[in-house]
Design a protein around this ligand. Structure first.
Ligand code: GLY
Length: 288
């Protein structure tokens, strides 16, 4: 069996001087996931490994690159799902953890599928996830550049045993209401995976993505449509209500799809059939 992995760094506008940072960050994350898959590791492990790299990189709005809400605080969301038993682990409005995706991973095979706020942080502490001071994630306390309207990261992987997984991690929106939850931890909205159909992860205007249940829409279309056609239809749905988004898809056969109606959408992907990874800042750069 072959393996494949695709990830994105957010549906947004990338300043020209930041394109290289996006490319380097996406490729580093892809390499972390690729290493797991090439060593016969699981799709779940590959997704977690890749997203941890994106969360550690302030280029991306997740983990250490998160936005500040209306109270000047960082509240993050993340989810991970596997497509064999439809297990889901998610966290919402979690503060003071270094890697929300690893907290979501710790929840993956529990009965609960989503923990929020203080309960999510307590769960992180009880499960040996890396905690940090709330202020450690705030840009002005670290001297790094604050983010503006950057968005979610995501990853879909297929392992050599034919298992699939998807993950998302989001650092919120600048000035968002405290306690706001976007699409990223909602199954069927920001993500979904079914080993027999494929996996999908979205980024963009979370409320609009959730209103149109974009991930569910893509998987419902996929048996009769190519990954790119299914994504295009979903983007059409979200655009009709004023939403901007980008999505990635991977099929059980290892076919990739990625589409966006945001200006930019950095993606990277590789399969066991490709000698080198592919990486682009947007479709225009990919020549589509
Ligand atoms: N798409 C991420 C969010 O809206 O929070």
């Amino acid at each position: 069996m072959s393996w494949a992995i695709i990830l994105h760094g957010g549906a947004k506008e990338i300043d020209p001087e930041d394109v290289d940072a996006h490319r380097v960050g996406c490729l580093r994350a892809l390499e972390a996931g690729r290493r797991v898959l090439a060593g016969d590791g699981s799709a779940v492990d590959a997704v977690e490994a890749a997203i941890r790299v994106l969360e550690a990189d302030p280029t991306f709005n997740a983990g250490f690159g998160s936005a500040l809400n209306a109270d000047g605080a960082v509240e993050m969301c993340a989810s991970i799902m596997e497509g064999s038993g439809f297990n889901v682990g998610g966290v919402a409005v979690i503060r003071g953890v270094q890697h929300p995706i690893s907290v979501a991973r710790a929840l993956l095979f529990k009965e609960e599928i989503l923990l929020a706020g203080d309960g999510a942080r307590r769960f992180a502490a009880e499960n040996d996830c890396e905690l940090c001071h709330f202020a450690a994630l705030v840009p002005r306390s670290t001297g790094r550049k604050p983010v503006h309207l950057h968005d979610t990261v995501g990853c879909v992987a297929l392992d050599s045993a034919g298992r699939m997984a998807v993950g998302t991690s989001a650092g919120g929106l600048d000035g968002a209401a405290t306690g706001r939850v976007g699409d990223s931890p909602m199954p069927g909205c920001g993500f979904y995976v079914d080993d027999t159909v494929g996996g999908v992860a979205f980024s963009g205007d979370g409320e609009q993505i959730a209103r149109r249940m974009l991930a569910a829409g893509v998987l419902h279309r996929m048996p009769n449509a190519s990954p790119d056609a299914a994504l295009q239809s979903a983007l059409h749905d979200v655009a009709r209500i004023g939403g901007s988004a980008g999505g990635i898809v991977l099929t059980p056969a290892g076919a990739f799809g990625w589409q966006h109606n945001s200006r930019d959408f950095a993606v990277a992907y590789q399969s066991s059939r490709m000698a080198e990874p592919a990486c682009f800042a947007n479709k225009a750069q990919a020549g589509h």
